[in-house]
Structures are given as structure tokens and as C-alpha cells.
Design a binder for this molecule. Structure first.
Ligand code: ZN
Length: 461
């Protein structure tokens, strides 16, 4: 019987031909108030190491400094054997990123985020000896300006969960970073509160894994916080609804009993063991994501196909060979080598009333747009035709529809379909107990829609 069982298992492994299921298991390591959370991080890192699983610990700057001042080199060393990401300098101390960035422009906001966050990244480097592999925002305090700043800080991956932007529940490129975000049905966790629900969690994982296998592979995103294993309420409720008490007034979160904590660790271990046992499943740290996904560079592209696409709609296009953002395609249509660029900083407006533009004027406008993009590494908000202008979307549609030969170029109306991948609920997308009551961030979503020129699905190698 045993022999038969072994033979069957080997056959299953041998026949496995589905795409790889990459599990990104990450822990937001952020509680700098309750010292028991340090022990929880140590325990989780040690347990996972025993299981041969590499996770990603996104560490808050203040948490790293607290570990250092408490002399927890044991925790720092154990986490370092996994991957280290970054989870903001102070997490919930006011003002959180979306709050101060909502009123700021693209460039000013990026500079302000960098000013506030660079010291945290420096501390992670000093304490853990490594540049963080990824960033994810505190709570739902997401903002598009952070992407420009994070690239300047040398962080290439955005790993978190939220509603603001995403494509079909799988990784994507946005703002020059590889994003594992808005993962929908591929974001899951087993409840730490009820071991009896584990079979359902296994089933949900198996269903998602089977779906990805049949589609050629993909990512499943799973996250926890070490503090959840030892507390029953979040440490940062000190800062709820915009509150900002002095350190001396910070209250510790309510603790779980030792038995409850053991149950939480057991649930995580059983959950991970279940995933590990499935053929084709591999655990991938944030640092490895850029190795298993194709870069955002473009390999070729049929100009006629791109022109037809851009004349009708400005959104990404996935071909046999490449994944192309609207920004990639605009550069190809302008005859320049597609490079990593930013989206426009403001929404341009079309002023031109005539239905056509002369060939000479349009060619000058194209040359001017190409020079602007090459010089600034950013798409212009609008393109000038003499004293009149076309919004970027109208310009792209007009360029796509132009045969390059007629003496007059027909002006076309843009159709920026890529904006559909950005949330519209400016209140709901930023809902978080730490944000002030009634907080909404419509300007952040508008900036995100403009940066959606850079949006495209990521492709597994
Ligand atoms: Zn967090």
C-alpha cells in the first residue's frame, strides 16, 4: 500500500506541468510599542526557517531602531536570514503619507516623502546591513508621489495590499516599480483566531493555486503582522482618527494569552506546510520578484498594431512578445526608444477647435513632444500646436490615427482607458482607522490616473 502510494505521488510530481505558483509571504513588522511583538517576529522567522521558507519582513524604521535600543540582535539576525523590506519610518505617527501628500503636487510630494522617509531607509540599511527590497504603505496611506521617491531611494518593488490601483489580481508595473498590490482573489490568509477554519483556508489556497497553474503561473500574496500573534488589538490605535499623543501617553495593546499565541504560530505553520506540499508551489521573497518577472523594458512592437490600438484607446497592450504601457507605445509612435518615463504631472486640456492640423505643424509638434520626453523622462501634459494645444490623450489618439502621409492630420479625441484601473472611491480607498475621520484623497487618485500611462501587466519569465 505504501509502495503504491509512493508510486502515485511520484507520478503526480512527474506529470506536474502547470505554471509556477509563487507565494509571497510577508510580515509587516511595525509594532514598536509592545515588546512582545519583538519575540513574535523572532518566533515566526525561526519557525519559517525550520520549514525552509523565506519570507519578507517589511520593517518600520522606528521598529528597527527600537530593536537596536532593546539589544535585540537575536531578532535582527533572525529577520536578516529572510528578506528585509521597508514599511515607512514611523507608520502611524501623524501625519501619515496620504494625509500630507493629498495637497501636494507630483514633484513636491515626491520630494517631501523622500525627505521624511530617507532617514528610515538609512536606518534599515545600518541595522540590517541591506537596502530594503520593497516598500508598502502604512494602512491604506498610499500615494502615487511615493513611487518617484522610492525609485530615488533604490527600492524597486511595491509590496502591499490596497484598492488604489491594480490589474486583474496579479503583479503589474506602475510608476516604474513592480507592484504586488490589489491582489483580489489571490490575496488570502488563514484566520489566526480559529484553527477550525484551516480546512477552508487550505481549500481556498488550492483553488487559487489550480487557477494560476492553468494560466501559466502567477503570484499568491499572503500577509500577517508579528504583533497579531501576541495582541488582540492593533498597537497603533493610539493614533486613531488623527490622534497624536506624546510617547509618554502611548498605551500598550491588549495581549493574547500564551496558549492563544501558540495557536496562532501553529496555524501559520500548518498553513505554510500545506502550501509547501503542493507541487509547483515556491515561496518567493520580494527581492526575488524582479528575477522571476521580465523587466519593464520593451522588446519590439508592431508599429501598425500599436497605432491602431492607440488611436482607439490609451491603455496597456499585451502582445506575444511584450507588455506595453501607453507610455511605451507613445514613445514608439514618436520614433524614440521606449525608456522608463513618468506620467504627466497635471491633466492637460485641448484648446484646438479645428478638426485638422497641417502636416508641417503636426510634425513639429511630434518632434517637440519627443524632445520633451527624452529631456525630462516624463510625458508632457499637453502638446502645443503653435498657440493651441492638445491634451496628451488627444495627442496620442491623433498620433495613432495618423497615416504619416496625408497633408492634413485629423484631430482625434483621446480615450484614456487605463484610468479605469485606478479606484474612484476617494474615501473608501483610503479608509483606515488612523486617518482622520472623513478623510478622502481625490487628488491622489487623480495623480494616479495620470501615472497610469506607465501601467501594464508584469509578465513571468
Ligand atoms: Zn502596517
Amino acid at each position: 500500500m505504501l509502495r503504491l502510494f509512493l508510486a502515485v505521488s511520484l507520478t503526480v510530481v512527474g506529470l506536474f506541468a502547470g505554471g509556477p505558483v509563487n507565494v509571497v509571504l510577508w510580515f509587516d513588522t511595525e509594532d514598536y510599542i509592545e515588546p512582545a511583538a519583538d519575540d513574535a517576529a523572532l518566533r515566526i522567522a525561526t519557525d519559517l526557517e525550520k520549514l525552509g521558507v523565506r519570507a519578507t519582513f517589511k520593517v518600520v524604521g522606528e521598529k528597527a531602531r527600537v530593536l537596536e535600543s532593546r539589544g535585540r540582535t537575536d531578532v535582527i539576525r533572525a529577520l536578516s536570514r529572510h528578506d528585509i523590506g521597508y514599511h515607512s519610518n514611523f507608520h502611524s505617527i501623524q501625519p501619515t503619507p496620504a494625509l500630507y501628500l493629498e495637497g501636494m503636487s507630483w514633484l513636491d510630494g515626491a520630494a517631501e516623502f523622500e525627505r521624511r522617509e530617507r532617514p528610515g531607509v538609512d536606518d534599515i540599511r545600518r541595522i540590517f546591513g541591506i537596502l530594503p527590497s520593497c516598500y508598502g504603505q502604512p494602512g491604506s496611506s498610499w500615494a502615487p508621489q511615493t513611487f518617484r521617491a522610492l525609485l530615488r531611494l533604490g527600492i524597486p518593488v511595491y509590496l502591499d495590499e490596497g484598492e488604489q490601483v491594480g490589474i486583474d489580481d496579479q503583479p503589474f508595473w506602475f510608476g516604474g516599480m513592480l507592484n504586488v498590490f490589489k491582489m483580489g482573489r489571490y490575496m488570502m490568509r488563514a484566520s489566526l483566531d480559529d484553527e477550525g477554519q484551516l480546512p477552508q483556508a487550505f481549500e481556498k489556497f488550492d483553488r487559487a493555486a489550480a487557477e494560476l497553474e492553468s494560466k501559466g503561473g502567477g503570484v499568491i500574496s499572503i500577509y500577517y503582522h508579528p504583533t497579531e500573534f501576541v495582541t488582540t488589538a492593533f498597537w497603533d490605535l493610539n493614533f486613531a482618527k488623527g490622534a497624536n499623543p506624546e510617547r509618554s501617553e502611548w498605551k500598550k495593546p491588549p495581549r493574547r494569552t500564551a496558549e492563544e499565541s501558540e495557536r496562532c504560530y501553529r496555524i501559520l505553520n500548518r498553513y505554510v506546510e500545506h502550501m509547501k506540499a503542493r507541487p509547483g508551489v515556491r515561496f518567493v521573497a520580494a527581492r526575488e520578484l524582479p528575477l522571476i518577472y521580465e523587466g519593464q523594458g520593451v522588446r519590439g512592437g508592431d508599429r501598425a498594431v500599436i497605432a491602431r490600438h492607440m488611436a482607439a484607446r490609451q491603455t496597456f497592450l499585451v502582445t506575444q512578445r511584450s507588455s506595453l504601457s501607453a507610455a511605451d507605445m507613445l514613445q514608439i509612435l514618436l520614433g524614440i526608444e521606449p525608456a522608463l518615463v513618468e506620467g504627466p504631472t497635471v491633466r492637460g486640456v485641448t484648446s484646438i477647435r479645428a478638426g485638422v492640423i497641417s502636416r508641417a505643424a503636426f510634425e513639429r509638434a511630434k518632434a517637440d513632444a519627443a524632445a520633451a520626453i527624452r529631456g525630462q523622462r516624463r510625458l508632457p501634459s499637453e502638446v502645443w500646436i503653435g498657440a493651441e494645444r492638445l491634451s496628451l490623450a488627444d495627442f496620442a489618439a491623433t498620433l495613432g490615427g495618423d497615416d504619416g502621409a496625408a497633408s492634413e492630420v485629423q484631430v482625434r479625441k483621446g480615450n484614456p482607458e487605463m484610468e479605469r484601473y485606478v479606484a474612484t472611491d476617494a474615501h473608501g480607498a483610503f479608509s483606515w482607522p488612523i486617518h482622520p475621520d472623513g478623510f478622502s484623497a481625490p487628488q491622489l487618485l487623480e495623480l494616479a490616473r495620470l501615472q497610469a500611462w506607465t501601467l501594464k501587466p508584469a509578465r513571468l519569465k
